[in-house]
Design a protein around this ligand. Structure first.
Ligand code: ASP
Ligand code: MG
Length: 404
């Protein structure tokens, strides 16, 4: 049985006209003799509206009721898709997560799917039906409705692909695929034809919003090929697959940027064991996400400087925590808003020497100062002044031949 999972995002089912278009896409797969499992998100904007309503009722709206409320958007979208397919003469029906059931564990609002009961859906597929399944929802062992976190219908689709052993999951959205960098920031950005899970994971974690990072990790672990494409235009999208399927000569696959970063430096910190831990422990306890970290070597062996970055929205809280931290001593605290992180990503850098140098030289040629550097196996990130981001993007995009 050739099973394919088709997932439609909020914008793809954003209006009646768009839902009719979705039914046409499903019809095309049906003609090619696929067994199709459809997963849908809520019509765009609906989930936000529902959340607003809950806030109008109470500032402490019950988490369990939140799940019942916000998951209802998916129910509407699924029944409309199924209704359109029935109208066209196909056998189709909507399935709410609890009817299957898709079982979750963990707290309301943020549950995780751990089991999908396949029986009913498999039978329905054998009868030639097209099941339209609500993304984002689940049910817990008490039989209550749960949700799996905002944007969760990607994860639902990948989990269904895993349980039904689908070779491919197609994520339909409002963009044509994954781009070398944000096309809104750089006109020359190009659609990437094929990208590895690892690269996609870095791109998504660093702000490319096409897919939720957790779902990419899940696809990687289960070797599910994911195709991201637009439901509005008929063009090939981006294929996310394993590294060995990719043959290309590019060192870098994409460039990502984050804008709302702040830099914090503690000057003159005692250079002894336990100090870094004493600084970061209260930050982590307060859910402040520390990103890049550098510590200078101390010239005299007694004192050192420590610099790290956080999201600007956490700046005031971070400042307060550091000032109130009795376990650390430092001479000066420097805070700087308006910094940006720019990262080049590509598995090609593993086997190519000199990539770091190339990046730094390209930035230097444009007189862009690098403030902090961090690297991983397939990524090099630098912190720069926010006002230089556009220039940096342009020069790096060109340097690594992504313009072509
Ligand atoms: N409708 C849900 C949300 O807006 C789930 C999703 O879109 O994936 O978060
Ligand atoms: Mg969505």
């Amino acid at each position: 049985m050739k099973i394919v999972i088709l997932k439609f995002g909020g914008t793809s089912v954003g209006s009646i006209e768009k839902i009719k278009k979705v039914a046409e896409i499903i019809e095309e797969y049906k003609k090619k003799n696929y067994k199709i499992i459809v997963v849908s998100s809520a019509m765009s904007g609906v989930t936000n509206e529902l959340i607003k309503k809950s806030k109008g009722i109470s500032k402490n709206f019950s988490d369990a009721e939140y799940d019942v409320l916000v998951s209802s958007g998916e129910q509407v979208a699924c029944s409309l898709i199924a209704g359109r397919l029935i109208h066209k003469g196909f056998k189709s029906r909507s399935w709410l997560a609890w009817q299957i059931p898709i079982l979750t564990k963990g707290p309301h609002k943020n549950s995780k799917i751990h089991l999908v009961n396949k029986k009913k859906i498999s039978d329905y597929l054998k009868e030639g039906g097209i099941p339209i399944i609500t993304g984002f929802q689940g049910a817990n062992k008490e039989g209550r409705v749960t949700t799996i976190g905002r944007g969760g219908s990607d994860a639902s689709a990948i989990v269904l692909a895993k349980f039904f052993k689908a070779k491919r999951c197609v994520i339909y959205t409002d963009v044509e695929g994954v781009y070398t960098t944000d096309p809104n920031k750089l006109k020359k950005a190009k659609k990437i034809k094929i990208i590895s899970y690892e690269e996609m994971l870095e791109m998504a974690s660093l702000g490319a919003k096409v897919m939720q990072p957790v779902s990419i990790q899940d696809a990687r672990l289960n070797r599910i090929e994911v195709e991201v494409k637009s439901s509005f235009v008929k063009k090939p999208g981006t294929l996310i697959t394993k590294r060995s399927n990719i043959k290309n000569d590019k060192i870098i696959t994409g460039i990502s940027t984050t804008y709302n970063d702040s830099k914090i430096s503690l000057v003159g910190v005692k250079d002894k064991p336990g100090v870094a831990a004493a600084i970061f422990r209260p930050l982590s306890k307060n859910s402040i996400n520390v990103d890049m970290v550098v510590q200078n070597i101390s010239a005299n062996g007694k004192e050192t400087d420590l610099t790290f970055t956080i999201k600007t929205e956490d700046l005031n809280k971070t400042k307060k925590i550091i000032k109130e931290n009795k376990r650390i001593n430092f001479r000066k605290l420097l805070l700087k808003k308006g910094v940006a992180k720019i990262s080049i990503i590509g598995v090609g850098m593993i086997s190519t020497p000199g990539v770091t140098y190339k990046m730094f030289q390209a930035l230097a040629n444009k007189r862009i100062n690098i403030q902090v550097i961090s690297t991983s196996e397939i990524k090099i990130s630098v912190l720069i002044d926010k006002k230089n981001v556009k220039k940096a993007l342009e020069v790096l995009h060109k340097e690594f031949k992504l313009d072509k």
